[in-house]
Ligand binder design. Structure first.
Ligand SMILES: [Zn+2]
Length: 333
């Protein structure tokens, strides 16, 4: 590009003025410029593309991390997270359970929200998670320091947490996905129960988004009625993660297939999730604030609709990748 600028600024007027090209050296440079042009005007390099993508993601993360007014959602479940990143506080007479800690920079927001609702941060006894990505467990180490709470986690997510998010299978850089590592105090298996002060949460391993992604269920009582609550783990497939021939996670498609089967079988009256957009927090919180009854978070269709839609997307990607793979194989044979 610079060569072209030089040519227009300096060389072109010379040609116009004299009508003939006098300087052979400049002709040579012009030829070189012509050869260099396709390179200069070519697509941005992979590194440039990745850098631009990283900036866009970091901007999105910043917006997710904006404060959100805390509120009681239903029964003993409170929202204490940021505007795009959920953190749920499940309160009991014997202390509280915190599900997801956001980024490390989300922790002060969670602390303020817990206090604003009239609870004590140091009463948090157990820290759980949806999945061990930086935007949901990046604050685990700090939250554990501030509260002395125990971290309970699936085996695979505990390994990811211990690595500070760096032994993951995403195509994103370790700098981007990394966070302060923390150690799990108890490893959870599928079907395990976590009980505190009369509240019990059940652990459902739903791998795919991370290898240890965990969906939680519990019963909440609202107006004397029991409501089945699902805290979904996420099953999104990150951009650039292959479902077929994935050397870092060969079982990804099989795991997601099994996770969808499991998720579709869960009874759900209240759908909650690690990202607020999944369950329309802002809209429902606004309705709740305006006094809409029954509680707008009670919606027996929301989870089913969300999961069916996500599964269709997964199956379409799987089918397209399988087709491409078999076409490639056919052309080789
Ligand atoms: Zn994630």
């Amino acid at each position: 590009m610079r060569l072209w600028l030089w040519f227009y600024k300096d060389f072109a007027p010379t040609v116009l003025a004299h009508g003939v090209i006098m300087d052979m050296k400049r002709i040579l440079i012009l030829l070189l410029a012509c050869l260099a042009t396709p390179i200069a005007l070519a697509e941005p390099s992979l590194a440039e593309k990745n850098a631009a993508e990283n900036v866009a993601i970091e901007k999105e993360w910043e917006s997710w991390n904006a404060p959100f007014p805390p509120l009681r959602l239903i029964g003993n479940i409170h929202y204490v997270g940021a505007s795009g990143l959920s953190s749920f506080l499940i309160t009991t007479p014997e202390g509280h359970i915190l599900l997801d800690t956001g980024f490390e920079t989300t922790v002060p927001r969670i602390r303020d929200s817990v206090t604003q609702l009239g609870f004590k941060l140091t009463d948090i006894k157990i820290i759980l998670n949806s999945h061990a990505h930086t935007d949901h467990v990046g604050g685990h180490a700090l939250m554990k320091e501030l509260t002395g709470a125990k971290i309970l986690m699936s085996e695979a997510d505990a390994a990811l947490l211990a690595s500070g998010g760096t032994n993951d299978f995403t195509p994103y850089s370790k700098e981007m996905m990394g966070y302060r590592p923390a150690k799990a105090d108890r490893i959870l298996r599928d079907g395990d129960k976590v009980t505190l002060g009369g509240t019990t949460l059940t652990c459902h391993l739903t791998p795919g988004h991370t290898k240890g992604a965990t969906t939680w269920t519990m019963d909440a009582v609202e107006d004397g009625k029991v409501q089945h609550v699902v805290f979904f783990s996420s099953t999104s497939i990150l951009q650039g993660v292959p479902l077929v021939n994935n050397p870092q996670y060969p079982g990804i498609a099989a795991d997601l297939t099994a996770s969808y089967k499991k998720l579709k079988a869960l009874p759900c009256d209240v759908f909650l999730a690690p990202h607020t957009g999944f369950f329309n927090l802002a809209e429902k919180a606004d309705q709740l604030e305006k006094g809409v009854r029954p509680n707008p978070f009670i919606d027996s269709k929301a989870f089913k609709t969300f999961i069916e839609q996500a599964e269709r997307k997964f199956l379409a990607q799987l089918e397209s990748e399988q087709k491409n793979t078999s076409e490639k194989k056919a052309s080789v044979n």
